[in-house]
Design a binder for this molecule. Structure first.
Ligand code: ADP
Length: 403
């Protein structure tokens, strides 16, 4: 057990009021334990911890991220994994915004912490929460290397034409305004799996990846490198999401300020938390949306149609940007689990070589698989994402360089 345990990486995804975590072996991909601490700072905080087949649940007031992580370590110890005694190879932290500074997995020291804090202006909802997880883990596991893996990193090298917003260039330069892109860990992992599944070198493959979860994004990837992505300066741009609007006329912001007398924070909240599927239909969960559509709810139907319309708009744009594709892939909660979204997103495109085989599309398989007819020119795939594994592997690569 000793050596195997020491090879494991603890992956931490620390949000504003939650900590998701996983203890796994980056080589074998075997997950020893995982869980989530929710509602940090509220009276009814809770931890749900899964180790082997057993789930431990506790409701207890958790004041802050350090208390949350301490409870995680106690729960690990109580269920057979004493992290402080057994040791872990590294802690890998998901960090949402790396700005222009970070585009590789990075060993965390005081300077890196300060730089991530400086980037909070670009990601006020995310980076401070990510930092709280980093600070807590550094305090609780002082001897263990901590590695930051950035959601923006994969998109760092986007072509200038794709990443530049057409606003006053001096204003943009002064405020770091460009397209950064997010969900990069997922797009990188999934697109790499696609090349493997097709049995081709990454540099030969043109592909589009749709990451459709609560947040949603699309990317166009040529030869292993992204050439465009739907999220922008922030994760608000692009596809219709659970609670985010995605693309809209920027004039709407000024109009809301003047006509509805909303201040900028109210508009930010409206667009990030009360828009998207939730704003249109009242629900952000896709399964509930489907139930409402099936019971004849017109608002839910319209929300779904707007969602699909936006997906197809990006599909069309990226098909042309890439000059044709070898593969189109769906991943994350909705992408992996909704045959209807996949079928509707790609309906009527046989003339472009894009077809979905209905039987393969609805097969209840949870593994990576092809859902287009075997002879169709474009491979349509479902590939489960695994951001934790990708973060663990990145963290391991960084610590290997220290040996
Ligand atoms: P996050 O962005 O929070 O990581 P996920 O990737 O877990 O999100 O995706 C969450 C979304 O996936 C929710 O809208 C949920 O309803 C949807 N989803 C999960 N399972 C299914 C399913 N079987 N069918 C349709 N949608 C599903």
């Amino acid at each position: 057990m000793g050596k195997a345990a020491r090879n494991r990486v603890l992956v931490i995804n620390s949000g504003s009021s939650s900590i998701k975590y996983q203890l796994l072996d980056p080589e074998s991909s075997v997950v020893a334990a995982s869980g989530i601490v929710e509602r940090i700072g509220e009276d009814d905080s809770a931890i749900e911890h899964r180790a082997e087949s057993a789930t431990t649940e506790r409701r207890v007031a958790i004041a802050d991220h350090t208390a949350g992580l301490r409870l995680v370590f106690e729960t690990f110890a109580a269920t057979g994994h004493d992290l402080e005694k057994e040791g872990v190879r590294a802690v890998g932290h998901r960090v949402v915004h790396g700005g222009e500074v970070f585009y590789r997995p990075t060993l965390i020291d005081d300077d890196v912490v300060a730089a991530i804090a400086d980037l909070a202006a670009l990601a006020p909802l995310h980076n401070p929460a990510n930092l709280a997880g980093i600070e807590s883990a550094r305090a609780l596991l002082p001897g263990v290397p901590q590695v930051a893996v950035f959601d923006t990193a994969f998109f760092h090298g986007l072509p200038a034409a794709a990443k530049t917003y057409a606003i006053d260039a001096k204003v943009a330069a002064a405020h770091g305004i460009r397209k950064y892109g997010f969900h990069g860990t997922s797009h990188e992992y999934v697109s790499g799996r696609v090349s493997e599944l097709l049995g081709r070198d990454a540099f030969e493959v043109n592909q589009i990846v749709f990451h459709l979860g609560n947040g949603a994004s699309a990317s166009a990837i040529r030869g292993g490198r992204p050439v465009d992505t739907s999220m922008g300066l922030t994760p608000l741009e692009g596809l219709v999401m659970g609670t985010r609007s995605g693309d809209l006329d920027p004039g709407i912001v000024a109009h809301l300020a003047r006509s509805a007398h909303l201040d900028i924070d109210q508009i930010d909240t409206l667009l990030n938390r009360d828009s998207g599927l939730k704003g249109l239909s009242g629900v952000n969960d896709f399964r509930e949306l489907r139930r409402r559509i099936d019971s004849g709810d017109e608002a839910a139907r319209l929300a779904y149609e707007v969602y699909i319309h936006r997906l197809r708009r990006y599909l069309g744009a990226y098909l042309i940007e890439l000059g044709g594709v070898d593969a189109i892939t769906f991943t994350a909660g909705v992408g992996e689990n909704s045959p209807q979204v996949r079928a509707d997103a790609l309906a009527g495109l046989a003339r472009f070589g894009i077809e979905v085989d209905p039987a393969a599309n609805t097969a209840g398989d949870r593994t990576a698989r092809r859902i287009s007819p075997p002879d169709a020119p474009v491979a349509v795939l479902v590939v489960p994402t695994n951001e934790e594994l990708a973060i663990a592997r990145s963290a391991r690569r960084v610590v290997e360089r220290l040996d």
